[in-house]
Design a protein around this ligand. Structure first.
Ligand code: ASP
Length: 313
């Protein structure tokens, strides 16, 4: 049987060992492990990369520790407005949603847009109308209320800052980006990528980051790679990060490792774009580069043990 592989992330940023308690670290690791296993199970049974990506992301969306689905950060007005996108590499089909509320699993809505609409990208009320028509699961506002996230909003509002999830000197000096993502390779040789987020705490005026933008936060092409990003979205949009990694492989013949190094540690750094990405190529190579202090990340290849990482070392 051909090999399969999956990698996930739960956000990048200044994730310091000194700011972490053993219990907190354990919960994050357990969250990453559950998500990897949800995706790996599908791949091991011969399932689709797209379904594995969706399953891994749903698991992270259902976990309040991560900034997506339950646990999504609050906007300035105290709402949860979420973004998500998904793409499959065999035919470059993609689906994305932005500015949606009360949808339990935004990644499933993105997948439904891809599979059941003639469009790629739906926003706000229209996207929610589409969700209703397709019987997606809705949840009341209370489901999304997480005290820690609300406290983050109050502190961001006080200083009038728009804050990446767990960014810039929150209570414990910790800084990290939220957002979750997954990339997968199935036994049929197909790649897929997906990303889901609540965006930035205290975001205003309909701000949209890179997460739902195909080519910026998410990209998959069987000829090159599958990519899911996390970081300061404005920089990732300007750098068309996910597509750039794929282009460097396709047009310059670079390896996945070389392409990731150039995009994350050279080009993004040059313009001040903090964050990272997860990358998987059609041969099953995985790269998990980030230019921040840390990134919640995990990967598993068929026949190998799972790897889980948080810090730089
Ligand atoms: N990239 C996301 C955004 O800008 C944030 C993140 O990764 O935490 O909305």
């Amino acid at each position: 049987m051909k090999q399969h592989a999956i990698a996930i992330h739960g956000g990048a940023g200044t994730i310091l060992r000194s700011a972490m308690t053993p219990e907190k670290e354990q919960s994050y690791k357990k969250g990453l492990e559950d998500a990897i296993l949800a995706g790996d199970k599908i791949l091991a049974a011969g399932g689709d990369a797209l379904d594995a990506v969706e399953a891994a992301i749903r698991s992270l969306e259902d976990n309040p520790l991560f900034n997506a689905g339950k646990g999504a950060v609050f906007t300035h007005e105290g709402k949860n407005e979420m973004d998500a996108s998904i793409m499959q590499g065999k035919d470059l089909m993609a689906g994305a949603v932005t500015g949606i509320s009360n949808i339990r699993n935004p990644i499933t809505l993105a997948k439904t847009v891809m599979q059941k609409s003639e469009h790629v990208f739906l926003s706000g009320l229209g996207a929610m109308e589409f969700a209703e028509k397709n019987k997606l699961q809705f949840e009341p506002d209370e489901y999304f209320f997480v005290q820690m996230r609300y406290d983050q909003l109050l502190s961001a509002r006080e200083s009038d800052r728009i804050v990446m999830d767990h960014t810039d000197k929150l209570e414990n000096g910790e800084k990290k980006f939220g957002t979750v993502g997954a990339v997968a390779l199935d036994v049929h040789g197909n790649l897929a990528a997906g990303t889901s987020t609540g965006g930035m705490t205290n975001k205003k005026m309909g701000r949209i980051g890179d997460t739902p933008i195909i080519g910026a936060g998410t990209y998959a092409n069987n000829n090159t790679c599958a990519i899911s990003c996390t970081g300061h979205g404005e920089f990732f949009i300007r750098s068309v990060v996910a597509y750039d990694v794929s282009c460097l492989m396709e047009y310059k013949g670079l390896s996945l490792k070389e392409a990731c190094e150039i995009v994350v540690n050279q080009k993004l750094v040059k313009i001040g774009g903090e964050g990272g990405l997860i990358a998987l190529d059609a041969k099953g190579n995985i790269e998990l580069p980030f230019n921040s202090e840390g990134m919640y990340r995990a990967m598993k290849k068929s026949g190998s043990d799972m790897y889980i990482g948080i810090y730089k070392d």
